[in-house]
Design a protein around this ligand. Structure first.
Ligand SMILES: C[S@@+](CC[C@H](N)C(=O)[O-])C[C@H]1O[C@@H](n2cnc3c(N)ncnc32)[C@H](O)[C@@H]1O
Ligand code: SF4
Length: 468
């Protein structure tokens, strides 16, 4: 006989038990909720304010070449690498930059991120073309510029990609996926050829010789991984002299779509949420002991330079963001509204659209009212909390008047603390930010899903005219 719960769980309590998804990239609303009934070629709306600070993301292609499908764990778009496909895709991205750039006023850019996957697998001729295209249409003179990728490729061809970056940027940064220094796990991920500890150290040295700063991603809470092993990875990353260390709790659950999410042994070896949250607190403390302070939920920095791109991307109320390339995300705002566009993610689809239309926007969503509040709140939580004064300035009321029920439930579970100026995540809350974000958006997401279903139903009945 099934035992019925005597009291109903609230959204926070229910989500605390579920896998945490740590949705840092996409933001609100997630792509399935965005609209596909697009005008042919969306252009920048008239209300865009060119004086607002701007960041630019460039995804040259979605290709990579691990030996295990998607490195086992990866939730980023990843298609099998082929040089000619990568060249064609990067050329299409250069075209998109020209088309979009020529339609908008020349704006100053605070930070550029060449990423989305393994951007350093882009041939240097195409990187040059992309960099040149950006400088034609945007003012990059004071921009931080980051190139993302796997460690060994920064050393390839006499380190020519590092030379390119150092020439392009006064504030250049490389960001590499290290994941772990443990050779057994690297083998399981099919990443042995991407570089071991010695290669990572060599890359850091080569970057530093050119005045570039360095960042590395570590995956933590691997199935069955003891806390001591995670701490060892952090200590080894620190010893190499990285300026920034990013720790990503592994997202893994049945149905996620990654190769590991189909492996019952790995699923069974995942830590329980409360164990992972405790371990996570210890990892954060270790980074602090080494002098690294958090700039976002995942990023920890040491040294005089503060990195800009990620922090800006979590402030949509202050920064516009333009995303070029497959899967690129654009989010433009003023005080009353935002508009969000998402490019086609698959390389062949993206390239075909750029060839035919010059643009590749696949979905869009216009945000006002509650959607604008949720965008600001969910992104702000990636920085650790909610600025009550900024919220009141923009929305004319205290955030507790609008979202008090969920925030108080989060406080009751020890995830948040309410201060007079700021409502912030506790150390435990930093692990469960996804729970708070999901609970804040839950009702609105349910009503958007409903209205989408209604629209589909009307389409099927032929009662709705297609939009022009
Ligand atoms: C685009 S990928 C990294 C760059 C490069 N392609 C590489 O593999 O080194 C960005 C980072 O996201 C993190 N990531 C990917 N899938 C993840 C997952 N399922 N859970 C947590 N973090 C993940 C990894 O740490 C990865 O380095
Ligand atoms: S982690 Fe990097 S190399 Fe591995 S599949 Fe994802 S994008 Fe490709």
């Amino acid at each position: 006989m099934q035992i019925q719960p005597t009291t109903r769980e609230n959204a926070i309590q229910r989500r605390l038990r579920r896998p945490q998804r740590h949705r840092l990239l996409q933001g609100y609303p997630m792509d399935p909720l965005m609209n596909r009934d697009l005008p042919d070629s969306p252009t920048f709306p008239g209300w865009v304010e060119p004086a607002r600070p701007l960041i630019v993301g460039v995804i040259p292609h979605p290709f990579c070449n691990p030996r295990v499908e998607g490195c086992g764990f990866c939730t980023f778009p990843h298609e099998r690498f082929g040089r000619s496909k990568a060249v064609a895709c990067a050329e299409a991205v250069a075209r998109e930059i020209d088309v979009v750039g020529s339609r908008s006023p020349r704006r100053s850019v605070e930070a550029v991120y060449f990423g989305g996957g393994t951007a350093n697998l882009t041939p240097v001729a195409q990187l040059r073309r992309l960099g040149f295209g950006l400088t034609q249409h945007f003012d990059l003179r004071s921009a931080e510029i980051t190139l993302e990728g796997v460690p060994n490729l920064f050393l390839a061809h006499d380190e020519e990609r590092l030379d390119w970056l150092a020439e392009l940027a006064d504030r250049g940064r490389i960001s590499m996926g290290v994941q772990t220094f443990d050779p057994a796990w690297l083998a399981k991920m099919g990443r042995r050829a991407f570089g071991d500890e010695a290669v990572v150290a060599e890359v850091v040295g080569a970057a530093q010789n050119r005045g570039l700063t360095t960042s590395a991603d570590l995956l933590v809470h691997l199935p069955g991984q003891p806390l001591a092993a995670m701490l060892r990875d952090i200590d080894r990353a620190v010893a190499i002299g990285l300026d920034q260390i990013c720790i990503y709790p592994l997202v893994l659950f049945e149905g996620l779509g990654s190769a590991w999410s189909r492996d019952p042994d790995l699923l069974a070896a995942r830590p329980r949420n409360d164990e992972a949250a405790d371990a996570h607190a210890r990892l954060r403390e270790r980074l602090r002991e080494h002098g690294y302070t958090p700039s976002t939920l995942t990023n920890f920095e040491r040294g005089p330079r503060r990195f800009r791109y990620e922090v800006a991307s979590f402030h949509p109320e202050r920064y516009d963001a333009i995303g070029f390339g497959p899967g690129g995300i654009t989010c433009l705002s003023n005080a009353e509204q935002s508009t969000k566009w998402l490019n086609a993610a698959r390389a062949d689809d993206y390239v075909a659209r750029i060839e035919h239309e010059g643009r590749a926007v696949d979905r869009h969503f216009d945000l006002t009212g509650i959607d604008l509040q949720l965008l600001q709140l969910t992104r702000g939580l990636c920085l650790g909390g909610i600025d009550r004064l900024a919220y009141r300035d923009r929305f004319g009321a205290d955030v507790l008047d609008h979202h008090g029920r969920v925030l108080r439930e989060a406080v009751a579970e020890g995830l948040m603390h309410i201060g007079s100026r700021r409502i912030h995540l506790t150390t435990r809350g930093c692990f469960y930010a996804d729970t708070v974000q999901g609970a804040l958006a839950e009702q609105r997401v349910a009503s958007l899903r409903h209205s989408r279903m209604d629209r589909r139903h009307l389409d099927v009945l032929g009662a709705r005219q297609p939009m022009g």
